[in-house]
Design a binder for this molecule. Sequence first.
Ligand SMILES: NC(=O)c1ccc[n+]([C@@H]2O[C@H](COP(=O)([O-])OP(=O)(O)OC[C@H]3O[C@@H](n4cnc5c(N)ncnc54)[C@H](OP(=O)(O)O)[C@@H]3O)[C@@H](O)[C@H]2O)c1
Length: 331
Amino acid sequence: MTYLTHKDKIFIAGHKGLVGSAIMRNLESKGYTNIVTKARNELDLLDQHAVKDFYRREKPSVVFIAAAKVGGIYANSHFRAEFIYENLQIQNNLIWGAYEFDVHRLVFLGSSCIYPKEAPQPIRENCLLTSPLEYTNRPYAVAKIAGIELVSSLRAQFKRDFFAAMPTNLYGPHDNFHPKTSHVLPALLRRLVEAKENDEKRITVWGTGRPQREFLYSDDCADALVHMAEKISESDFDKILNTPPYWCSVNVGGGDEVSIRELAEMIAKEVEFSGKLEFDPSQPDGTMRKLMDSSLLVKWGWKPKITLEQGIRDTINWYKKNRNRYQVAAC
Ligand SMILES: NC(=O)c1ccc[n+]([C@@H]2O[C@H](COP(=O)([O-])OP(=O)(O)OC[C@H]3O[C@@H](n4cnc5c(N)ncnc54)[C@H](OP(=O)(O)O)[C@@H]3O)[C@@H](O)[C@H]2O)c1
């Protein structure tokens, strides 16, 4: 049985971003044509009235929320207020609007980085809020947890077919490659491409290089989200909701983890950088290990298709072709 069908009118919020653009590619590759998108200058998702007007006019039946304020350690620790305010505002407008205007299936995106700092590994869905959060990105995490509570509460109280997905660290085309606001993989990728081109003898990597991370290519993540939207029944999502601690959220990961040092070495090899990788332990490491338990998704018939090596290669190629968009002054 298919729950998302070609008759649906699908709104992808944040279609220009890493995840949103991958959802768009995935839906188009599966023949979906009734897709609505709005750039930020056409619809500011912080504006509640504009979002309501949009729902009233367009009446989408399915919504993917890939719009959010997102960033790496630097951005999260320097823009704490914007991270909580903007994420709460965007998700409240989109989720409550979807409830008011009868959207029948909604996918909200949480993230692996909103689980507790010392979460037992691999991280299961039910360990959300069981111990303290990582301070660096706590504002972002608190906002995202509120979003998961909102979709779960709308499901519980009003039987809305809304659920949350918790992707691991993602990367791919349309990622943010800004030197200060990007996540670790695109930041390292850009740094190493430039170091190779400038014939540098060494580069410095933030932290000890020891933290372990799981990475998933954005197209694999999008494929998992569309798989759940198309194939997983309301009653399967209700089963998760009705199991303690009563959140309707599903982990989305690939199962493989590498250290930051190994990641830097893989990218260096791919861009043919032969200089030295130096680690700066005075900079924060963030959470030491973050591996998701994605066994529920596996049980639901999904697994990733793109290896880390292949994904890094494709992302380097995409970055080299598109990098003029990222020639921004350092902030
Ligand atoms: N990246 C990861 O590693 C990762 C991992 C796990 C979960 N996620 C989740 O996936 C979701 C998407 O992340 P992403 O990495 O794809 O982020 P992204 O590349 O930064 O994309 C976010 C999108 O949201 C749009 N947006 C932000 N504020 C807006 C506003 N006020 N009005 C209209 N549009 C707005 C952005 O528009 P502009 O193009 O105009 O900026 C952009 O298109 C987030 O919920 C994030 O938590 C991401």
